[in-house]
Design a protein around this ligand. Structure first.
Ligand code: ACO
Length: 447
């Protein structure tokens, strides 16, 4: 089989026109098939194989979808080779530096930066929906105090669909859908802070709508019922940055999950709950928790960083350096660059001396100068530093992935909404069957 792409003939991309007049030629035996070539606004190229099976009887096989585009999307662009990340065309560096999480949420979900009036209204609407139904609190109370925060979060978000059954209608009007979205954004911060309070055995704090989104979240998380708390602006700024950096990352494991679950006409809350479950795994969002657990393990083992780097390089040892490597960033993770600086700033501003953080710094140094990591292009990813910052801010390790989910929420919503607006078909990959051929049933007494 030979696949030819007539690249030199690619015509210039015209706005909103993805199909090129050029085609790729696929030679299968004596037959030649012409497959449409698509090109995106940042010049990424794709071969459209939608009709391939119909025409040739062949499917394509790509486990882990390492080279498979599942959708056309106008939300996030990333270039893993060059280390570029943009939301709706805006570079992540500018957004992290100048924007707020709520503004970025609006941008991702509605496509453009809000005007002052639009962001005020957005905040006003969200503030009106920060309270969680008291009945929901009853079953929240039923979780054992040691249950993992991600299990609680996924269940609670899914259960919103029971409290707001109007969300079950897959044909909600845009206004109805907006309300479903606003409720989710409003309640998520409250739910996350309650999960934190529960882990401490402390009473939950109700939202105060005088605060902005992030301050309100920190107030519910670190505040107490009895006294007025001062939320440090350093903390608010760090939290805004962390949430912005996590807000979207195109078609990763959890986002693809959200889109594929939603493609069956499943409601927004259940789709996002599925995304939360996908994020939980240590190879995805759970890595930020695993980073600190790994650092603690190294510390408890005597702090010999070189020994653990050797283990990570040993093919016969399953140990990997958590927080290193990325599926798409093969030179550097632009989010890691921003967050590393924020991490250094916070540690010095808070004057934190923590042996685990010292090990993190040493590990970063050793791995970045080690030939194995350099050759394989394994660099610290966003989770390496976010775990360190969350620890410095006082969050328990098990909360880290929940905070990631809070940040990723607007991205998931935007991707789900886009999938619905584009009327994408139900997600249903194919397979190559490698099991037994037909065999006759053998009754139990003859086996
Ligand atoms: N430590 C040691 N070796 C590693 C690491 C690591 N963290 N990551 C990759 N490698 C090695 C692999 O063993 C493999 O070696 P080989 O070519 O000799 O077989 C090579 O580098 C390529 O690794 P893959 O697993 O094939 O790369 P892939 O792109 O599939 O995986 C992943 C990326 C899952 C992120 C991986 O680097 C990893 O497990 N990292 C640790 C977990 C982590 O930090 N995850 C967070 C990702 S970011 C996020 O989800 C927000």
């Amino acid at each position: 089989m030979v696949l030819y792409i007539c690249e030199e003939d690619l015509i210039k991309f015209a706005k909103n026109q993805f199909h090129m007049s050029e085609t790729a030629e696929l030679k299968l035996g004596k037959s030649i098939y012409h497959l449409p070539i698509l090109k995106g606004t940042e010049n990424e190229k794709a071969i459209d194989i939608e009709k391939l099976r119909e025409q040739t009887g062949f499917i394509t096989l790509d486990s882990g979808f390492k080279n498979t585009g599942a959708t056309k999307s106008a939300i996030t662009f990333l270039d893993g080779e060059k280390g570029i990340l943009k939301y709706r065309g805006y570079p992540i560096e500018q957004l992290a530096d100048q924007s707020t999480f709520l503004e970025v949420a609006y941008l991702l979900i509605y496509g453009n930066l809000p005007t002052k009036a639009q962001i005020d209204e957005f905040h006003h609407q969200i503030s009106r929906h920060t309270l969680v139904h008291e009945d929901m609190k009853k079953f929240f109370d039923g979780f054992p105090s040691k249950s993992h925060p991600m299990g609680q979060l996924s269940s609670l978000v899914c259960s919103l669909s029971s409290f707001y059954p109007e969300s079950l209608n897959p044909h909600q009007t845009p206004e109805e859908l907006d309300l479903t979205i606003i409720k989710l954004l409003g309640k998520m911060a409250t739910i996350v802070s309650w999960i934190y309070k529960k882990s401490l055995g402390h009473p939950v704090i109700y939202p105060q709508n005088k605060y902005d989104y992030v301050t309100n979240f920190l107030y519910m998380t670190f505040g107490q019922r009895t006294e007025e708390v001062h939320i440090d602006p350093v903390l608010v700024s760090a939290m805004n940055k962390l949430l912005i950096l996590h807000a979207d990352h195109e078609q990763n494991c959890s986002t693809s999950t959200v889109r594929i679950v939603g493609s069956s006409d499943c409601n927004l809350y259940a789709s996002i709950s599925a995304g939360i479950s996908a994020l939980w795994g240590p190879l995805h969002g759970g890595a930020n928790q695993s980073v600190i657990e790994m650092l603690e393990k190294i510390r408890n083992d005597g702090g010999d960083v070189d020994k653990w780097v050797l283990k990570a390089k040993d093919k016969n040892d399953p140990f990997r350096l958590m927080g290193f490597g990325h599926r798409v960033y093969k030179n550097f993770d632009p989010r890691a660059k921003i967050i590393k600086k924020a991490c250094d700033d916070i540690l010095s501003k808070l004057g934190i001396k923590d042996p685990v953080l010292e090990i993190a710094k040493k590990l970063e140094e050793v791995a970045l100068s080690d030939a194995y990591f350099i050759e394989k292009k394994l660099y610290p990813n966003v989770d390496f530093y976010s775990g360190i910052i969350y620890r410095a801010l006082g969050f328990p390790t098990e909360m880290f992935t929940v905070l990631f989910a809070l940040g990723r929420l607007p991205g998931w919503i935007a991707q789900w909404k886009e999938m619905r607006e584009q009327e994408e078909p139900i997600g249903r990959p194919r397979q190559i069957y490698i099991g037994e051929n037909t065999r006759d049933y053998i009754p139990m007494h003859k086996r």
